[in-house]
Design a protein around this ligand. Sequence first.
Ligand SMILES: Cc1ncc(COP(=O)(O)O)c(C=O)c1O
Length: 185
Amino acid sequence: MFSVLCKPGHIVPNNTHFDTTRANIEFTGARAIDLPIPEAADTQAYLPFKGNIDITALEKLIVREGTAQIPLVMITVTNNSSGGQPVSLANIRAARELTQGHDIPLYFDACRFAENAWFIKQREPGYADKTPREIACEMFSLADGCTFSAKKDAFAHIGGLLCTNDNSLAEQEMNLLILTEGFPT
Ligand SMILES: Cc1ncc(COP(=O)(O)O)c(C=O)c1O
């Protein structure tokens, strides 16, 4: 995905990039930028959604660097490299509104989406009566796609998914995958 979307000089913001995600972005010459909320650095602070992306910092970055420099924004759910902290639906929605307003696609690094949905059910007002599946559907309805390492938790021994709503991007990705993974099935 990054081979198709990113060029040298581009910037890809995330709440916190997982190291292999960062490596794949920076291999293209783009910069992977972390924008966690400032409280995430305080190990003693208790917040229900300490994995959130800093919306104010994201807006400043988009305005400063310009939309053309940012091929996508990512949110990692849960935010593994920042202590496995969850992200709220309110935060995902705010990121969606901001990125949509600037015509920038939003992708999840989604390998712990189920755990994140469970935290939303437990902690976010208005979601206690929804099932984790309903919450996950609401999360994914706000994104253009995701990267997904399936070998976490209950899903699979190995492998993953690369999902996108963009058919042209999917075709380019599938062509490149022939070089590294073989024909898509
Ligand atoms: C948030 C996140 N993204 C990506 C990965 C990378 O997964 P894989 O090793 O399947 O490439 C991990 C692995 O722990 C992860 O926690």
